[in-house]
Design a protein around this ligand. Sequence first.
Ligand code: COA
Length: 368
Amino acid sequence: MNAHASAPPEGLEGVVAARTVLSEVDGQAGRLIIRGRSLDDLAGTTRFEDLVSLLFEGFFEDLPTDLTAALGAARAEVFAEVTHLDADLAAHEPVEAVRALMARLADGDDLATALRLIAAPAVFTPAVIRIQAGQRPVAPGPALPHAADILRMLTGVAPGAAQIAGLDAYLVTVSDHGLNASTFAARVVASTRAGLTSAVLAGISALKGPLHGGAPGPVIEMLDGIGSPDNARAWIEAALARGERLMGFGHRIYRVRDPRADALKGPVRALAASGGGGAGRVAFAEAVEAAALDILKTHKPDRPLDTNVEFYTALLLEALDFPPSAFTCVFAMGRVAGWLAHAREQLAGGRLVRPQSVYVGPEPRKAA
Ligand code: COA
């Protein structure tokens, strides 16, 4: 350390980087508020397109009261981009292929751009999954509700009510979550006035990391590695002894259970009851969760580590027939709504985001 080196100015560690009307994450109480509504009230009762309307309210002048038709038209419009998914692009991880197709969309700040960006991961993800499986993509049905159309584009058949409700509950649950890493990235880019497409590309790039939106795929790997409830404790203890983290547990803000985990548990059980995934899989996952929570208590006694959203996300998306390799893309289908609302909020009132760094390098050397 030299004379320039100093501790961060008091308070810089927890500095407030944005004021927002969009959502509040209460880490002590384990509560999530989205635009004045508790997640408990929204998940399971609200369609994703209506949640988009709620998030966008006041940020776009020409917002229709019901977004179903406009979003359907946007899905049909962006489907044209799927022809650019060549063999090279299709060989990438799904989230990288989806991001590359999204990068083809024009930048802009208006509602039409925002709706194309909401439509893009919803249309490109099923197309990438099908092409990677050697199947032809299914074109959107613009008249359908958003979640129903995503599932139809994925499987080629009309989904059941429990499937549609499950996907809506998931997309609503992950739509916004305070200033998480991807939303912060999106706000920083929006603050430069680069445009909504650029902001969303920053968001999806941050989301793909395993410490953020990349966790649910590895949750399935963990469950498959454990195999049976009897093996849970030994497997988890060995993983922790190797210095690994348990995917689907722990959170930067929540010091109690992530409320999104419980918002997804009901739909997961409903799907299992309707035949998707099976009740045995849910019971097995609950046994693994219980073992993990018990072991984590002694593994890190001074750091509360509880179940986060990704644990039940993995089970839900598996039951909906999304392959684990594409789970991050499905997360992006929901979170894109939050990125866009935050980007517009930043444009409406914010200045260029330009945090300061604290120099801890050497003093300039004198010339010899
Ligand atoms: N399993 C085991 N140990 C964990 C852990 C987990 N899931 N999460 C945190 N820890 C441990 C860390 O190893 C660290 O221990 P150390 O002090 O001995 O190094 C301690 O708890 C504090 O972790 P830290 O990295 O400071 O917490 P964070 O706030 O930066 O991390 C997460 C938050 C989410 C990145 C972290 O909990 C994690 O990696 N979880 C697994 C990935 C995941 O599920 N991500 C989805 C989040 S919604």
